[in-house]
Design a protein around this ligand. Structure first.
Ligand SMILES: NC(=O)c1ccc[n+]([C@@H]2O[C@H](COP(=O)([O-])OP(=O)(O)OC[C@H]3O[C@@H](n4cnc5c(N)ncnc54)[C@H](O)[C@@H]3O)[C@@H](O)[C@H]2O)c1
Ligand SMILES: [Zn+2]
Ligand SMILES: [Zn+2]
Length: 361
């Protein structure tokens, strides 16, 4: 029997989101229906609402979630009703050329549920990042469910489903931050603060947090930033160089997704250093750089999709570190809200008042 639940829908570009009745079908082969217990509000949800990702409205928003499996479809193994899971938006296929070459975090054929969730009138919904978890229940591919220790509360565990994993992984997996490195993070929202935390976990000696908002910089200190720079008040590149003996940081992580901050990252790294772009640009943005600088400064310019994580490897490990008191995930939850409060949470995010508002069901 299909389920009828409440969900947060973006009907059109720039339009306020609304709470709607959503029909969730029974899971098809290889699929699962999950009772969502918590879902964080990520900037990517706002990007969807603004039409910055694609035009496939209406969207069922929410993609940073934890919950309990309600039902599984035919052929699903290793997952059953009652399992406590974090939802991931890159269920790897195991068969594409990236997977076959042993680099499954790049999987080029990640998959989602193929059955459709719909509005009451039958209109098919596009679930954000193939998840759609601002809803009491959602339908996903079984591979999007990663089991973790239920001792971690859903509001905290769900954060690993997107922004916090993206930031931690941008530092640890993509940036390869290691003991003694100098690291700068430009943009310290949920994702950037997690990059600060990841750099700290990996043993970076100097961690420079850069933002235009002093509240974010204060929070970043709590995640391990050793220095902060307000780039409205001083030049980010000069400040980072000054704090790194005049050279620039070994790894600079861009967590805003804009050309001007990418350029700062490019010039704020040491020769042969690494730039990691984890912020997501919008389609109209372009970048111009002297090609000679790209060559002459050497090193690596990388993008980080989902922190190059492997959910099955990384989520349970990070939850264990959290439960041991070694990973401050609680610090990301600024407030818990209801399903009806997502539009207000977007406004708070826009004003810079929160790291994460988390919908708790
Ligand atoms: N690559 C991925 O897999 C992935 C995953 C999740 C989110 N994202 C992206 O990461 C980005 C950040 O997401 P978030 O949820 O942390 O958003 P957020 O709104 O919480 O944080 C953005 C931060 O950037 C700061 N900022 C804005 N303009 C700046 C500037 N010019 N210089 C310095 N700082 C500036 C803001 O003050 C804010 O603190 C978004 O683009 C989001 O879409 C990427
Ligand atoms: Zn693959
Ligand atoms: Zn996200």
């Amino acid at each position: 029997m299909p389920y009828t639940v409440q969900g947060v829908v973006a009907r059109g570009k720039g339009q306020d989101v609304s709470l709607e009745a959503v029909t969730v079908p029974d899971p098809g082969p290889g699929e699962a229906v999950v009772n969502v217990q918590a879902c964080g509000v990520c900037h990517t949800d706002l990007h969807y609402r603004e039409g910055g990702i694609n035009d496939e409205f209406p969207f069922l928003l929410g993609h940073e979630a934890a919950g309990v499996v309600e039902a599984v479809g035919a052929g699903v193994t290793g997952l059953e009703p009652g399992d406590y899971v974090i939802l991931n938006w890159r269920a790897v296929c195991g068969q594409c050329r990236a997977c076959l070459r042993g680099r499954p975090w790049y999987c080029f054929a990640t998959h989602n549920a193929t059955r459709k969730m719909t509005l009451a009138d039958g209109t098919a919904l596009s679930p954000a990042l193939g998840i759609g978890a601002f809803a009491e229940k959602t339908l996903v591919a079984a591979g999007q469910c990663t089991k973790v220790d239920p001792a971690a509360a859903p509001a905290v565990a769900g954060l690993l489903g997107c922004g916090v994993m993206a930031g931690l992984g941008a530092a640890i997996n993509t940036g390869g931050v290691t003991r003694g490195d100098s690291v700068a993070v430009i943009g310290c929202g949920g994702v950037g603060s997690a990059a600060v935390l990841g750099a700290s976990l990996a043993g970076a000696a100097r961690i420079i947090a850069v933002d235009v908002d002093d509240r974010k910089l204060e929070w970043a200190k709590g995640f391990g930033a050793t220095h902060t720079v307000n780039s409205r008040e001083s030049d980010a590149v000069e400040a980072i160089r000054e704090l790194t003996g005049g050279f620039g940081a070994d790894v600079v992580i861009e967590a805003v997704g804009r050309p001007e901050t990418y350029k700062q990252a490019f010039y704020a790294r040491d020769l042969a250093g690494t730039v990691v772009l984890v912020g997501v640009p919008t389609p109209e943005m372009t970048l111009e750089l002297p090609l000679l600088d790209v060559f002459g400064r050497g090193g690596a310019l990388k993008s980080s999709w989902y922190g190059d994580c492997l959910p099955g490897r990384d989520f349970p490990m990070l939850i264990d570190l959290y439960l041991q008191g070694r990973l401050n995930l609680d610090g990301f939850v600024t407030e818990t809200i209801g399903l009806g409060d997502v539009e207000a949470a977007f406004a708070k995010m826009h004003r810079g008042e929160v790291l994460r508002s988390v919908v708790v069901l």
